[in-house]
Design a protein around this ligand. Structure first.
Ligand SMILES: CC(C)(COP(=O)(O)OP(=O)(O)OC[C@H]1O[C@@H](n2cnc3c(N)ncnc32)[C@H](O)[C@@H]1OP(=O)(O)O)[C@@H](O)C(=O)NCCC(=O)NCCS
Length: 437
């Protein structure tokens, strides 16, 4: 995708549509601090967040050149500087099956003021974002969602799933092997410096994970604008026997006023690039004195931790919830970027009401899993008819074509075609996104 995609001007089609309704759509000028602040204020209001402080706005200042923020303005309201709708987007690398990555168009901050809702403003913004992503050369658009009912209509499908843990730390027990390195506390600056390379390394090794930059990275360490929260964060690093940093856990402690030995440790991020680091950091957290409960969010579907404790029932999980949503825009580029589960051929007839990915395509993979993807469908052999949102769900190998076929969400040319598709498309390790954006 093009490096300067963030400077693509406003989408004329949506701008014209909104202009007919008396609204002005504009890309926020990165040099106009006031416009940027007003945009952030609207975004915060849209998510029922408190109004941003000056210090918080300073925390975000570094993000301005990295992102393309769009506002929709109504000149007739009492405060016309504040947009009545917001969206922000930027290019971000997404790890795909086989370990490659796709430059994707990450979308966030979608809000429409309660005074202007249900008039098609979100639709105008989302459709414009998809056109901008195409113009920027992104084969995919990605987002995380507040509600799972909003984005299918734009062609997004859920592609990774996650769960939250509540662990009875005293009863879970530990049966994992010992680790040769050491764990140690590090300060915030040291933790951030380590994390910059460590998180990227972990992200490149995790199918479904997305590069994280700007304040979305910094906030894991506590934003300077929230010193109280910042002081609560603890950082523990694992170094292997050669002294190389291989993992980092960020956690905070919440006291139980009735029981000083009953703290809850909240694991905000646990990133490990080796199995040793993963074991050492989880063991450290579960062994903390005065801690009865450990909570952790966005944990993966097949977390090894279940096999490291004596009593896996002591890890209570919330139901699986979809996390990353994927929207394919360029099937040839997107499907060529990932690998497949061996040699095979699969035809796809993609239905995309917005037109970006509509058409027939053939994936032809070799025994190593590398594929050539061409336009046109095979005359015979396995073929799926997939709506664009279902393709997004299949893309990272986290959803089952057999299940989607059983649910009537896709159609097979012959009864076993979905099973063939699963053999090729499923990722051996379920894809996972480890952060929110
Ligand atoms: C979600 C939100 C952006 C929708 O904005 P909007 O301008 O009212 O949406 P639109 O009028 O363009 O509606 C477009 C379509 O989405 C549907 N829709 C809108 N909000 C929806 C919701 N919360 N749940 C399900 N469907 C929704 C509309 O019914 C409409 O459907 P249609 O195209 O089939 O007719 C807005 O309600 C909002 O700001 N919510 C709070 C913040 C939030 O959750 N943002 C999403 C972040 S991921």
């Amino acid at each position: 995708m093009h490096a300067d995609a963030v400077s693509i001007p406003v989408d004329t089609a949506s701008a014209a549509l909104l202009a007919e309704r008396g609204l002005r759509m504009a890309v926020v000028d990165a040099a106009d601090q006031q416009a940027w602040h007003d945009w952030v204020a609207a975004d915060a209001r849209g998510f029922h967040d408190k109004a941003p402080s000056g210090a918080f706005l300073e925390d975000l200042a570094g993000d301005v050149p990295l992102e393309r923020a769009v506002g929709v303005y109504d000149e007739t309201v009492a405060e016309p500087r504040i947009p009545v709708a917001t969206v922000v987007s930027w290019p971000a690398a997404l790890t795909v099956p086989g370990g490659g990555e796709v430059g994707s168009w990450a979308i966030s901050g979608v809000t429409v003021s309660p005074t202007h809702r249900r008039r098609g403003i979100a639709r105008a913004m989302l459709e414009s974002e998809l056109r901008v992503a195409v113009a920027g050369g992104a084969p995919l658009a990605i987002l995380t969602v507040s509600e799972a009912t909003i984005y299918t209509r734009y062609g997004f499908g859920p592609a990774t799933w996650s769960t939250d843990f509540t662990i009875d730390a005293r009863r879970a027990g530990w049966v994992g092997a010992a680790t040769p390195g050491r764990v140690q506390f590090v300060g915030r600056d040291g933790a951030m410096a380590t994390a910059r390379t460590l998180f990227e390394e972990a992200r490149r090794g995790t199918v479904g994970d997305v590069e994280i930059v700007g304040h979305r990275f910094t906030r894991l360490f506590g934003l300077p604008s929230d010193p109280e929260e910042q002081r609560k964060r603890r950082f523990v690093r694992y170094d292997d026997e050669d002294g190389t940093a291989r993992g980092l856990v960020i956690y905070r402690l919440v006291e139980d006023p009735a029981d000083f030995a009953g703290f809850t440790a909240e694991v905000l991020q646990l990133v490990a690039t080796t199995d040793d680091a993963y074991r050492a950091l989880w063991r450290f957290v579960l062994d903390l004195d005065l801690v009865g409960t450990v909570k952790a969010w966005l944990r993966t579907v097949d977390e090894p931790l279940r096999w490291l404790v004596r009593d896996p029932r002591m890890i209570r999980t919330t139901e699986l919830r979809e996390h990353l949503w994927v929207r394919v825009l360029d099937p040839v580029a997107a499907l060529s970027a990932r690998t497949y589960g061996g040699a095979g051929r699969l035809g796809l007839r993609i239905a995309d009401p917005l037109g970006h990915a509509d058409g027939a395509f053939t994936i032809e993979s070799d025994p190593s899993g590398r594929a050539v993807v061409t336009e046109g469908e095979p005359a015979e052999g396995p073929l799926l008819e997939v709506p664009i949102d279902a393709l997004g769900s299949l893309y990272l190998g986290g959803a089952s074509a057999v299940a989607l076929a059983a649910a009537g969400r896709l159609r097979e040319r012959a009864p076993s075609d979905a099973a063939v598709a699963d053999r090729l498309l499923r990722s051996p390790v379920p894809p996972a996104l480890m952060t929110w954006f």
